[in-house]
Ligand binder design. Sequence first.
Ligand SMILES: Nc1nc2c(ncn2[C@@H]2O[C@H](COP(=O)(O)OP(=O)(O)OP(=O)(O)O)[C@@H](O)[C@H]2O)c(=O)[nH]1
Ligand SMILES: [Mg+2]
Length: 327
Amino acid sequence: MMQIQRIQGRDISDALERARETCGLEAVVLSQESHSGGGVTLSVTRRHAEPKPAKPPAPEPRPTPHRESADVAEVRQRLGEAGCSDELVEHILTPVRRLQAEGVHAIDAAAEVLGRLFKVAPLPKATGRLRTMALVGPTGAGKTTSLAKLAVVLLQRGRRVALATTDTYRVGAVDQLRAYAEVLQVPLFVAATGDELAGTVAAAQDCDVLLVDTAGRSPSDTESLTRLEPGRASAGRAPGRESNRVRRAAARGGGRPQARLAYSVLDPRATILTKLDETREVGIALEFCLRHGMESAFLCDGQDVHANIHRATAGRFADLCLRGRVA
Ligand SMILES: Nc1nc2c(ncn2[C@@H]2O[C@H](COP(=O)(O)OP(=O)(O)OP(=O)(O)O)[C@@H](O)[C@H]2O)c(=O)[nH]1
Ligand SMILES: [Mg+2]
């Protein structure tokens, strides 16, 4: 049964620190209440199933040693070049051999298996009400660029878009986003505090989507991250508000525990993988998402905001792993 603990702190950072002390690194924040006299109360539980640094399902035992066909050997080589672990390669090759025995070419079989393995995040349905979508992630991951790319995608679909940024720390951060806002001819709001962000959400009610850029200056800067959820007081994701995690394809590991806990407050819906053009080892990021039960929404492979964003699809996962690029 899920046990929920109430943890109080002077502020959000203090409460998160206490949550980590009480529930360990598996702590997940279900809700957060800010008190008028100061202080924050978190409802926290321990994550059992997720993130499962659990491994991908164990590979079936290898059949008695046999000479691998040249085609299977080629799939093995391509997956290795893509940075997939030996364990994942074996997990993929088992069904590939089976499909090959049924007459499917090994590369086609591998594409089919890869497409089923990695998960595509569904896009939220248009509700006719404003949706707030924040991008979180470490410094330099490509948050601002991805935000502009998302704006392009949404505008192409006829959505009314506004941009906002909570990044008032970095010199030039607002100007960077303003430049995009001007080119795309969409409004830009700068929100330095939670109250200002709440005001921005109110001011953008005529839009379909408010895209919120964040600092990510320090992943443990929980104060700025929680500004994204002004007034959030109930468990689960607030309706109409979501955050997406921006992850550099070449990044290894899941970041610092404190950062993971801070992100769990925001409960990122999906991952946007960036800089796929900068690494051949794209399998590392995909395997990370697989192990942590995360779905990918978009794949980014360059600096051009009009061209280098692609919806994640089964076929593109396969192309990334087998051909090293988004087709
Ligand atoms: N090659 C490549 N470069 C990218 C991609 N996405 C972003 N960049 C570049 O990476 C650099 C950092 O991107 P930003 O969007 O500013 O990253 P950020 O996460 O907003 O950075 P901070 O706001 O400083 O935390 C810029 O030079 C971008 O042009 C991508 O998919 N491929
Ligand atoms: Mg930025």
